[in-house]
Design a protein around this ligand. Structure first.
Ligand code: HEM
Length: 451
């Protein structure tokens, strides 16, 4: 089965046309040759960008010398009012300290503690979906709602129906509408000195979100001090000491981190879940197999998660075909030689899971949906060298383990109870917003399973 792929642009277009295409959609603005190239250069009047697909180059940038390729500030502009100095945007020593405090909360053993909250969110999501009527539904906003519920329950032990949670969720949606977050500055030919303006609305929304998150974190700090805090992710992170210096996050620093957990943790998972459901809607045989596996599993435990093998293979394949974070950008700190070409200091290095995951010289039948591929030699080898939905190396997504429990669990719990079918003439067209979404939503018909 070959699921939707956006059309590519002609090989040569003017810079002006490129800029315009870009603003419309980052995926269809690219030429088809990027699905075959090891490296491609883009020149703009003010800087140069290099897209790299060759596994050896990715290895250098992500794993071997990450300090020489810090996150590019060009990309973070749109997020700054909301995320302040969060781990997603910071670099160098600040970033290292933040990761030392955050990472332990997401380690395997700790995920076990988080599992019941995740499972409660999955059951609540399945109960809501069972109520769907005859009419087709856009599954994207429903998936966002489910993933946001997972984050609130695991982070602060509150469901999405909680007043503050519901308000934060609504404001985040407003923020994204007012400020298209995926800043394309790495390609868009704007000089760095050009000021970036945020609308009053964007700033105001960011302020409101941060005020609500401050309420949550201050209340939590008080509970921690009183010894009455629940043992959730927020408590784990706020009580964790930096193993090198012994200090902890202040309430203010925690606000930055909570904002990114919420944003990075729900938009991404929601995107992958929505695409996974679509892929199963158009592959009824796979859907039946996942449903059968789910019914056998019932309400399993954390230790039994490994039994959801089909669900995991499908979720992994959804992350390959529709990587929620389609591109990542770094900046070369000094002049480099890549493939015998000079990459000047300050160049933007673009890594594109979108292209890498569909690379024609690496993957067998790259555009096909085939969850069995993970058990073939080609699939296994590509998983190691050409599969980066969570990035890799020091800056790898700290939520990767969490997401790989959450995704298969939600998928399986939902399909245990409902069947999904595609809607005629409503094939989704992938576009990159903050994450890879469908241009006009992902419409599915949902019916309750009787068996
Ligand atoms: C399917 C779900 C997810 C996907 C595909 C995903 C993907 C990614 C990717 C690709 C990055 C690196 C971005 C870059 O280098 O520019 C990243 C970073 C990050 N993610 Fe995730 N993520 C997911 C879920 C989560 C969850 C559940 C959380 C937390 C609860 C989370 C928290 C973060 C944070 C804090 C960072 C910044 C790390 C750093 O820069 O050091 N993510 N994620």
């Amino acid at each position: 089965m070959r699921p939707p792929k956006p059309p590519s642009r002609p090989d040569r277009v003017s810079l002006w046309r490129y800029g315009r295409l870009f603003r419309k959609d980052i995926l269809s603005a690219q030429p088809a040759r990027l699905y075959r190239a090891w490296m491609a250069e883009f020149r703009t009047p003010f800087f140069r960008s290099f897209l790299i697909n060759q596994p050896e180059l990715l290895q250098i940038v992500l794993r071997e010398r990450p300090d020489d390729f810090p996150k590019s500030n060009r990309i973070s502009e749109g997020l700054r009012p909301l995320l302040g100095n969060s781990v997603f945007l910071s670099n160098h020593e600040t970033w290292k300290r933040q990761r030392r405090i955050i990472d332990p909360a997401f380690e395997g053993g700790r995920l076990r503690d988080t599992f019941p909250a995740m499972q409660a969110a999955a059951e609540a999501a399945a109960a809501r979906l069972r109520q769907s009527g005859q009419e087709p539904v856009d599954i994207e906003p429903l998936a966002s709602h489910m993933a946001a519920d997972v984050i609130f329950r695991t982070l602060f032990s509150i469901p999405i129906e909680h007043e503050t949670a519901a308000q934060v969720y609504r404001l985040f949606r407003d923020y994204q509408r007012s400020q298209p977050i995926l800043n394309l500055a790495a390609f868009v030919p704007m000089p760095r000195w050009m000021p970036r303006f945020f609308s009053r609305r964007t700033r105001q929304t960011a302020k409101e979100i941060r005020a609500l998150i401050t309420d949550l974190t201050s209340a939590r700090m008080a509970q921690i001090e009183a010894g009455t805090a629940p043992d959730d992710l927020a408590t784990k992170i706020m009580t964790a000491a930096d193993p090198e210096t012994g200090d902890r996050f202040s309430t203010e620093e925690m606000v930055d981190q909570v904002a990114i957990f919420f944003l990075a943790g729900h938009e991404t998972s929601a995107s992958a879940l929505a695409w996974a459901l679509y892929l199963l809607a158009v592959s009824p045989d796979w859907q039946e197999r996942v449903a059968a596996e789910a019914q056998d599993w019932g309400e399993g435990t954390f230790s039994q998660m490994s039994q959801l093998r089909l669900s995991r293979d499908v979720f992994r394949e959804a992350l390959r075909l529709y990587p929620p974070v389609p591109m990542m950008v770094r900046e070369a700190q000094c002049t480099e030689q890549f493939r015998n070409r000079e990459v000047p200091k300050g160049a933007q290095i673009v890594m594109s899971p979108w292209h890498l995951h569909r690379h024609e010289r690496l993957w067998d039948r790259p555009d096909d949906f085939d969850p069995d591929r993970w058990h073939t030699d080609n699939g296994r080898s590509c998983q190691r060298s050409a599969y980066t939905p969570f990035s890799a190396g020091a800056r790898v997504c700290p939520g990767a383990g969490f997401a790989m429990v959450e995704g298969p669990l939600l998928l399986s719990t939902l399909l245990r109870d409902v069947r999904v079918e595609p809607v005629l003439d409503r094939e989704p067209v992938p576009v990159a917003h903050l994450t890879v979404r469908a241009k006009d939503g992902i419409w599915l018909r949902v019916s309750r399973r009787q068996d």
